[in-house]
Write a protein that binds this ligand. Sequence first.
Ligand SMILES: Nc1ncnc2c1ncn2[C@@H]1O[C@H](COP(=O)(O)OP(=O)(O)OP(=O)(O)O)[C@@H](O)[C@H]1O
Length: 258
Amino acid sequence: MSSPLDECLLDVDHYPDGNGDHKFHVRNLTRLSHDGLPILKGINLHIPKGVIVGVIGPSGSGKSTLLRAFNRLWEPPSSSVFLDGADICHLDVLSLRRKVGMLFQLPSLFEGTVADNVRYGPQLRGKKLSDDEVRKLLIMADLDASFMDKSGAELSVGQAQRVALARTLANSPEVLLLDEPTSALDPISTENIEDALVKLNKSRGMTVIMVSHSIKQIQRIADIVCLLVDGEIVEVLKPDQLSQAKHPMAQRFLQLSS
Ligand SMILES: Nc1ncnc2c1ncn2[C@@H]1O[C@H](COP(=O)(O)OP(=O)(O)OP(=O)(O)O)[C@@H](O)[C@H]1O
């Protein structure tokens, strides 16, 4: 019997649409720029439930574009991205983004306190989180509950990123998309965020898809790594097998990045 990680390596055609074992299923995902140049060239990928997937590759290879397709920040063509077997183009976009939360490189907090930020998403749906619920979410994001009444403006970038994580977690996402979430942070803040992600993955089975420029970071936390070169996934490897990448551009990228 194959493990979930092995399944990620299999060709998409082995599975019919709606296979329940995968969180995401990407089929022939293609994007052209306004000038007609290919940005994504027919990506095929299965992402099993509950894994941490690292996406790495040279600058301009299409990593952010791929990530943004998963919650329709970029609208993919229909029948190319499936969440739990459902074409995401047919889902209500706001419910999709609650299920598939996203953190960016730089946190952008709203005006008000940390608690106001964390309460934001549920409040849109008419639910007011109690102080206790806010504290729990902050702790889940590896931030001390005493931060609750601080203003967003008082925080360091690393603390603000963890508030942004708690704000995302308040929507109870099943998947977290992360676009270089620690590239603006110092090593200690980076470790705090990584710890929080690993805990969320282990304790809640949250699926995490993370773009990172740091191969070391990917090796620390990812279960599986997708190497994207020039709009194509050229390798899907386990983190300890990265040195075995065969594609010449992937090898060069890995050599220069290590
Ligand atoms: N909205 C857009 N319109 C036109 N071209 C775009 C658009 N978004 C991205 N691109 C182009 O698509 C290519 C891939 O961009 P993308 O940001 O996805 O790459 P990346 O791998 O995330 O890069 P980086 O590591 O530098 O962030 C680039 O050549 C970029 O200029």
